[in-house]
Design a protein around this ligand. Structure first.
Ligand SMILES: *Cc1c(COP(=O)(O)O)cnc(C)c1O
Length: 369
């Protein structure tokens, strides 16, 4: 069989898919340029590394690696149940929260259904939509954020799902409690609202609210969270969904039986208890956000105010050449032209030293271009 004909066997959505482009791995840039010192601020990872309690839990779990993991994730769900004051039957665990997004697509979407998401929203929404052949509808953003009214107006009888990232990646924009609540109230019951809260822990205290309480009011609603960002476990792949018992039952039918490995389960459970590490993480993030935005303002650059652990800066010129020049200096950031933001770079907030290394490199690059 030729390549051509194999391609034609794929479902049309997959034929048109552009694979997700992750941040460049440090080892790849090392291979390419032979640089010793590399700073990666490209994937919204925790710059402190994993927390000490997570590492200790992994060491404890190592001797049991010959066994299959607990496919029900009993202990982690128990811990999450206590944390969120919710029944374990309302929790589904995923191999990263990305897997929950994919499970939702596989559970509810068919080629006859439509999915609504915002322009500049997380790239995985169109990806999981197209992968199952459903129709994605991207709604133009308002000041880089979700236009909730526009999204509501786009709902038809065929709409089955709407994805909302709060805060959104890569813009960092944040929707307040009241606007989201009135959106949920207006959303027809045949549409499932997926509220992706991957950056929940970073939202400042004055603005933050407990979206979990909406689960009691809205059956067509699911919240996704992750251990990849504030909890520093991106490499282990653990996320979860909170929803109604009925929703979780459906997702569990589609879920692979052992989707979370045993080290990931143990580490996530321990990380949930490590409040010292979480506080340190939030501190580093607050300071880094100040440091970066002050540097941007010194460089006469504007940025999108961000509620997350990253910030997208407007270079007022095509960003890709600046991205490439930064790579040569050993700094990996994220170009976001694929998000229709060709003049922006998204910078994940690192340690003070990493941020400074980036700021110095950026200042030099901007002087040279
Ligand atoms: C990083 C991110 C995720 C988390 O992905 P994981 O699969 O949990 O690592 C989910 N949603 C958004 C918007 C993100 O930026």
């Amino acid at each position: 069989m030729t390549k051509q004909s194999l391609f034609q066997l794929a479902i049309p959505g997959v034929q048109q898919l552009v694979p997700y482009a992750p941040g460049k791995p440090i080892t790849e840039l090392q291979r390419e340029l032979g640089l010793e010192h590399i700073v990666k601020l490209a994937s919204n990872e925790n710059p402190l590394g994993p927390g000490p309690k997570a590492i200790a839990a992994i060491e404890t779990a190592l001797p049991d690696l010959a066994r299959y993991p607990d496919g029900s994730g009993f202990l982690l769900k128990q811990a999450l149940s206590g944390r969120h004051d919710i029944s374990t039957e309302q929790i589904v665990l995923g191999n990263g929260s990305n897997e929950i997004l994919e499970l939702l697509a596989r559970t509810f979407l068919t080629p006859d259904t439509e999915v609504i998401f915002s322009q500049h929203a997380f790239a995985v929404y169109p990806l999981v939509t197209q992968a199952v052949g459903a129709q994605g509808k991207s709604i133009p953003a308002l000041n880089y954020g979700h236009d909730l009214d526009g999204m509501l107006k786009a709902v038809t009888a065929n709409t089955r799902m709407v994805f909302i990232a709060n805060p959104n990646n890569p813009t960092g924009t944040f929707l307040q409690h009241d606007e989201l609540e009135s959106f949920l109230k207006s959303l027809p019951k045949h549409v499932i609202c997926v509220l992706d809260e991957a950056y929940y822990e970073f939202i400042n205290e004055q603005e933050n609210f407990n979206s979990r309480l909406w689960l009691e009011q809205f059956a067509n609603f699911i919240i996704t969270r992750t251990f990849s960002k504030a909890y520093g476990l991106a490499g282990l792949r653990v996320g979860y969904g909170l929803s109604s018992v009925e929703m979780i039952d459906l997702l569990n039918r589609v879920r692979q039986p052992f989707n979370n490995n045993s080290l990931a389960l143990a580490a996530a459970q321990a990380a949930l208890d490590d409040s010292d590490y979480l506080h340190k993480t939030l501190d580093v993030n607050r300071q880094g956000m100040k440091q970066l935005t002050k540097a941007f303002s010194d460089l006469n650059l504007s940025w999108i105010p961000s509620a997350g652990n990253f910030v997208s800066v407007d270079l007022h010129r095509p960003a890709f050449p600046v991205y490439e020049a930064l790579l040569k200096k050993g700094v990996i950031v994220r170009p976001v032209a694929n998000y229709e933001m060709p003049n922006h770079l998204r910078i994940s907030i690192g340690t003070l030293e990493e941020n400074q290394f980036f700021i110095d490199a950026l200042s030099e690059v901007l002087r040279d271009v």
